[in-house]
Design a protein around this ligand. Structure first.
Ligand SMILES: C[S@@+](CC[C@H](N)C(=O)[O-])C[C@H]1O[C@@H](n2cnc3c(N)ncnc32)[C@H](O)[C@@H]1O
Length: 200
């Protein structure tokens, strides 16, 4: 899996593309200075830096060794969301922006998200609304495979709020908010979904 998410995936990745999405994700919950916050799939750290201005306990994980090496921060680790090395009931908030669609085993990921969240903790997930799986990854597909139509190798699921709700329920996570949003990525606004889950 690592080979998909090496230098070629992160290089050429425009760090500003999710700016509007980040702002919208931040509006979905409140953050206290003392909150323990995790970003899953932190990539080049653009959102992590924003979170770091709001809380002093911010952690990031990503499968991409090159991205984590460049970040060079002690609170960032190469880690798979399907098997996290954090102790249980550790985080108040978890954010994941355009990452869950990349995870092979969503059941394992949701079970881990529930485990590391504190009771009443929240997970804020943003994921693409894709009529064709992998459409959002044309750029990465070009960089990694030299071909535009291998985006499905990155996006392993076509997700919707109802699918997320079904999985969440199985893991004791209640959906407190979900919906559709449009925010600018490259060029025109792109359709995206969000779900806010709460550990019961
Ligand atoms: C589209 S990028 C999202 C980048 C980032 N959230 C941002 O705002 O720029 C998807 C990220 O998910 C990471 N990823 C894929 N599978 C993962 C896994 N199983 N565990 C943790 N991170 C993973 C990839 O390495 C990649 O950095």
């Amino acid at each position: 899996m690592q080979e998909r998410y090496g230098k070629r995936y992160s290089q050429g990745y425009n760090p500003g593309i999710f700016e509007e999405t980040y702002e919208r994700a931040l509006r979905l919950t409140s953050i206290k200075r003392c909150d323990y916050i995790l970003e899953i799939g932190c990539g080049n750290g653009s959102f992590l830096r924003k979170l770091g201005r709001r809380s002093k306990n911010v952690f990031g994980i990503d499968l991409n060794k090159d991205a984590i090496r460049c970040l060079n921060t002690k609170n960032c680790s190469v880690m798979d969301v399907q098997d996290m090395g954090f102790r249980s009931d550790y985080f108040d908030k978890i954010f994941s922006i355009h990452t869950i669609e990349h995870i092979p085993d969503l059941e394992k990921a949701f079970s881990e998200i529930r485990r590391v969240l504190k009771k009443k903790g929240k997970a804020i997930l943003v994921y693409p609304f894709e009529p064709i799986r992998g459409l959002f990854e044309i750029g990465s597909s070009m960089r990694v495979y030299g071909h535009p139509f291998y985006g499905w190798k990155f996006h392993l699921h076509t997700l919707s709020p109802s699918k997320i709700e079904k999985i969440s329920k199985r893991y004791g996570l209640n959906v407190s908010k979900s919906g559709f949003m449009l925010s600018r990525l490259i060029g025109p606004p792109w359709p995206q979904f969000f779900s806010v889950l709460e550990k019961v």
